[in-house]
Design a protein around this ligand. Structure first.
Ligand SMILES: Nc1nc2c(c(=O)[nH]1)N[C@H]1C(S)=C(S)[C@@H](COP(=O)(O)O)O[C@H]1N2
Ligand SMILES: [Mo]
Length: 257
């Protein structure tokens, strides 16, 4: 008899807790969505956000992320770096969109669209002529794995200075495409100009392997792996969000760490 009463009491308590929990959760959702409404620059562009394949409310929260990150993002905030010896030797290969077999690395040139109608083509030698920067950091994929890896290349900020792109660097976004346009990312210029962002042509002190993006890839430690486009074909600037492969599949456009 006593046991039964205890059982009834505890069931009632559980119910109460569940109801309280649901109420708190509901309130949280309301608070987050209203904050998103306040912060998001894209609140009124629901048709374009809905087109990205996930419900507008979720998309709005993700877009609000970008606005919030934009406020707190600082060039001074550096991703943690590691001694070279900590870098793994067998670097994982992940994602091969835009990495078709019939690619001639020796014929490659970077298509740099300075403005619509003003395109120049750069060789790897043009890019290597700039000072080299090495970085060893914990590369994080959105799928849940990470590894400490070692990359070498040219700081995007040095590249901007060298090729007279200061005006362009004031635009909001940089777009990058593989040579076949099968994979593409858009990145906020602040993250591109971050001192740890490099146009990368070396891994573990050797030329970048083909499946890791030879001859040139992006390494951008302030972002998740999806943004580290391998095999850059085209680079351009825009005040509007450039197309982004994983954003179109429902991922966060910003994908920052
Ligand atoms: N061209 C291209 N770049 C890409 C991808 C891809 O599929 N194609 N995948 C991305 C993802 S999801 C990750 S985690 C990293 C993996 O880089 P890695 O293969 O050198 O480890 O590359 C990114 N860059
Ligand atoms: Mo990834």
């Amino acid at each position: 008899m006593k046991n039964q009463t205890e059982e009834i009491v505890s069931t009632t308590q559980i119910r109460k807790r569940t109801v309280t929990g649901l109420l708190v959760f509901g309130l949280l959702v309301i608070v987050i969505v209203s904050m998103a409404a306040l912060f998001s620059r894209d609140w009124n562009k629901s048709s374009s956000t809905r087109a990205a394949g996930i419900p507008t409310q979720f998309r709005t929260v993700l877009n609000a992320n970008e606005s919030i990150f934009d406020l707190i993002f600082s060039e001074q905030h550096l991703a943690k770096t590691y001694p070279v010896n900590d870098a793994v030797k067998n670097v994982r290969v992940n994602g091969n969109y835009g990495m078709g077999k019939n690619f001639d690395s020796s014929a490659w040139k970077l298509q740099l669209i300075r403005k619509p109608g003003d395109t120049i083509y750069l060789t790897l030698e043009d890019i290597k002529a700039l000072p080299k920067t090495d970085i060893v950091f914990d590369f994080k994929c959105i799928e849940g794995w990470s590894q400490v890896t070692h990359w070498g290349g040219v700081k995007f900020s040095d590249f901007i200075n060298k090729f007279g792109l200061d005006e362009q660097a004031h635009m909001k976004y940089v777009g990058l495409h593989t040579p076949d346009n099968a994979y593409y990312v858009g990145i906020d210029s602040k993250s591109m100009l971050h001192p740890q962002t490099i146009l990368c042509y070396e891994m573990n002190g050797k030329p970048l392997p083909m499946n890791q993006g030879a001859p040139l890839r992006l390494i951008i430690p302030v972002k998740y792996g999806i943004k580290h486009l391998k095999r850059i074909g085209t680079l351009f600037f825009s005040n509007h969000r450039p197309p982004d492969y994983w954003y179109e599949k429902g991922y966060d456009y910003y994908s920052g760490l």
